[in-house]
Design a protein around this ligand. Structure first.
Ligand code: SF4
Ligand code: SF4
Length: 385
């Protein structure tokens, strides 16, 4: 499955300090033209055929995709239906600019499921986090009234460490049956409030414990993409989320001007890998892309990976996350401390059963599966917050 981050525009007026896009990029009002969309369709069609991919998911992304009108997306969708039959579409948005006209679009073109980033400490409106949350909730309610399932995505900063139980309660109180966690990346830059790998491990551990405790107590806990993938990894050797991915080969970022990359977090910091107008073969042969595909498959792994009990499903995790001490981190890029905690939980009496019951919630509601399945396939689980 090809996952395409289709950046209709890089413009965004929400203004989060941890945004992966530099300020000047977010101020750029350029929007994708029909010519770029048409060239993208031809490019993706070739990528599907030559790369033997079984489908294409176009994830509208930005910037903030909802700064464009619903009409723009209806027309873009018609063009893609014509030029790229068989693709599916979804959207990742802050929801803040949502207008009633966008809701039917979400229902009819995005399968009634929309991923939205939510922030607990940095996003503000008029200097107030509370005002931001109030407005965000209003937009959530607007979408829900139109039958849209909203899947929040969070990027934990150091401010969220230790607040995992509170976050789970927050999701339950607001009736979110699924949510995702994105890693706070700092590719090509640095942020003082980015958690280290070990801190991220502890965050995941706190989330896992809060979810399993809720599962044991009430028989229900929201599905989280990272927690789900760690459980399937430990119990069945099947990765997901940041574990065992092939994003460098399967993901494409198309910037508003048609320039290309394979990761939304790298795209603004690297020389582009060409342009959709140059065709798929030029992209496939691009030396930077090839270097990253090789890095994900081979050179990102460190000696500690080769003796690790998780190596069959971890694949050393996200290839832009520094992998351990040799790269200035206090933990490997697969968050081994966290995975060890999941394994220990599975070995304690009743632990395995609780984890399986947690996964089984997806059998009763396939939306939960779609909402947290990683890397394409009519889902919202992507590196996308
Ligand atoms: S050491 Fe870490 S990155 Fe390497 S395979 Fe194990 S969990 Fe993954
Ligand atoms: S897993 Fe890492 S490298 Fe791959 S798309 Fe996500 S952030 Fe980028």
């Amino acid at each position: 499955m090809i996952l395409v981050y289709m950046k209709a525009t890089n413009r965004c007026n929400v203004g989060c300090t941890h945004c992966y896009l530099p300020l000047e990029v977010r101020a750029d009002k350029t929007r994708m033209t029909d010519e770029v969309l048409t060239a993208s369709a031809a490019f993706l069609s070739d990528m599907r055929n030559f790369g033997r991919h079984d489908g294409i998911q176009v994830l509208w992304h930005g910037g903030e995709p909802l700064v464009l009108s619903a009409d723009w997306y209806w027309k873009a969708g018609e063009l893609l239906d014509r030029e790229l039959p068989g693709h599916v579409e979804s959207m990742q948005t802050s929801l803040i600019p949502l207008r009633p006209e966008h809701v039917p679009l979400m229902r009819e073109r995005f399968g009634g499921l929309v991923g939205t980033s939510v922030d607990f400490s940095q996003r503000m409106i008029g200097g107030s986090v509370e005002a931001y949350h109030k407005l965000w909730q209003k937009k959530v309610d607007m979408a829900r009234d139109g039958g849209i399932e909203i899947i929040p995505g969070i990027v934990p900063t150091t401010n969220e460490l230790g607040r995992e139980e509170w976050i789970v309660d927050w999701m339950v109180e607001r009736r979110f049956a699924a949510f995702n966690v994105d890693r706070y990346n700092a590719y090509g830059t640095s942020f003082p409030d980015r958690p280290t790998n070990l801190q991220h491990s502890y965050f995941l551990m706190g989330l896992f414990e809060a979810l399993m405790a809720r599962m044991e107590k009430t028989g229900f806990a929201p599905i989280n993409g990272a927690i789900r993938a760690s459980i399937t990894g430990v119990l069945y050797g099947v990765g997901g989320d940041r574990w065992g991915g092939t994003c460098m080969n399967d993901f494409v970022v198309v910037e508003p001007d048609g320039s290309l990359n394979n990761c939304p977090d790298k795209s603004s910091f690297e020389e582009s890998y060409g342009n959709v107008r140059d065709g798929y073969k030029a992209f496939a042969g691009n030396k930077f892309r090839r270097k990253w595909v090789r890095h994900q498959g081979l050179t990102h792994k460190e000696s500690h990976c080769f003796t690790c009990e998780n190596q069959h499903f971890c694949g050393s995790g996200c290839p832009i996350t520094p992998n351990g001490a040799a790269h200035g981190e206090d933990e490997c890029s697969g968050y081994r401390t966290y995975l060890s905690a999941v394994r220990r939980f599975s070995e304690r009496p009743g632990g395995r059963e609780t984890m399986i019951a947690y996964l089984d919630q997806m059998k009763k509601d396939s939306t939960l599966d779609r909402a947290t399945r990683y890397g394409g396939g009519d889902n919202q689980g992507a590196c996308a917050a």
